[in-house]
Design a binder for this molecule. Structure first.
Ligand code: SF4
Length: 311
């Protein structure tokens, strides 16, 4: 139930209608049309990123190396043939013929030494050079036990050469061949032939003393033979006397005994007569054999055009 203080709903509704009418009339009078638009909401404001003070750029860890692609394998170009001949390596020198394999020539015509045109002074100079070479030689095991090398003695002025086996203790100590007791006997033989000691040339198959005075091994002889070969070329003897079986083996490669071969001429290098005879050391143990040696030396003298002295 309404009271006297409650507003009259009809009066209120009438009042509201008048207010609405008055507002519409004002809108028409002011030129406005329609109902006012609702305001569009403002565009959202983009917040600026918080300012970051400039700092040193962080050092980035080095990236792992990217493997480079392998270069393409280029096949070598085929050699271009040109008209110009390619220089070739010098042809190897022909091997020095080993006298150990040299065939024994019998009765062959003597041929000239390869050094035949050399002056005597030049031959001596070359012999000195060869002796120096031998002095430093280590081509075989004998070098280890030597006191010194033993190259030769004498001048060879008589054109007569004696070839022995190798140095003994006395020769190793003094540096000259045939200076011991056997050498003294050889000197008497040389004197008996009518030559002075230094007129003849004396050398050995090997230039270093074998231990315990043993016979040189075949490989030791083979290693040393080029020296003797050059010696004989430079000395160019008219006749060679081979003293003992080892000297014969070195010069000709024969293993026949000296007893069988002594007194029978051979030819060294197809041109130099060689008389095999006993070694003086053998004569010291077998003095009766001196007679046979003297026969051999007389034959040498005849070969050289000399009259053997009467004894
Ligand atoms: S014996 Fe002859 S090859 Fe052997 S080391 Fe002596 S010099 Fe050289």
């Amino acid at each position: 139930m309404s009271t006297a203080t409650d507003p009259d709903p009809r009066a209120e509704l009438a009042e509201l209608a008048r207010a609405v009418r008055a507002h519409v009339e004002w809108l028409v009078a002011s030129g406005a049309a329609g109902t006012p638009r609702a305001e569009r909401p403002a565009a959202p404001v983009e917040h600026a990123a918080p300012r970051v003070e400039a700092t040193a750029a962080p050092v980035a860890a080095p990236a792992p190396p990217v493997p480079r692609p392998a270069p393409p394998v280029v096949a070598p170009a085929p050699p271009v043939a040109t008209a110009k001949p390619t220089p070739s390596a010098p042809a190897p020198l022909p091997p020095v013929p080993s006298l150990l394999q040299e065939p024994i020539a019998n009765g062959a015509e003597a041929s000239a030494s390869k050094h035949v045109a050399l002056e005597p002074a030049e031959r001596l100079r070359r012999l000195d050079v060869l002796a120096e070479t031998v002095r430093a030689c280590t081509r075989c095991a004998l070098h280890a036990g030597r006191t010194q090398t033993v190259f030769a003695r004498g001048t060879g002025a008589s054109r007569l050469c004696f070839v022995g086996e190798g140095p003994g203790a006395d020769e190793d100590a003094q540096g000259f061949p045939f200076v011991g007791k056997a050498g003294q006997l050889l000197d008497r033989m040389i004197e008996a032939m009518g030559f002075s000691r230094d007129e003849v040339y004396v050398c050995n198959i090997v230039k270093c003393r074998p231990p315990n005075n043993r016979k040189p091994e075949p490989e030791e002889m083979a290693a040393c033979m080029p020296y003797l070969r050059e010696q004989l070329e430079l000395v160019a003897p008219e006749v060679i006397v081979a003293l003992g079986a080892t000297a014969l083996q070195g010069l000709f490669g024969t293993t026949e005994g000296i007893t069988r071969l002594r007194g029978r001429w051979k030819l060294y290098g197809g041109r130099v007569p060689v008389m095999p005879t006993f070694h003086p050391a053998f004569l010291l143990r077998n003095p009766p054999a001196k007679r046979e040696v003297w026969e051999d030396l007389q034959a040498v003298l005849r070969q050289m055009g000399r009259q053997p002295p009467k004894r």
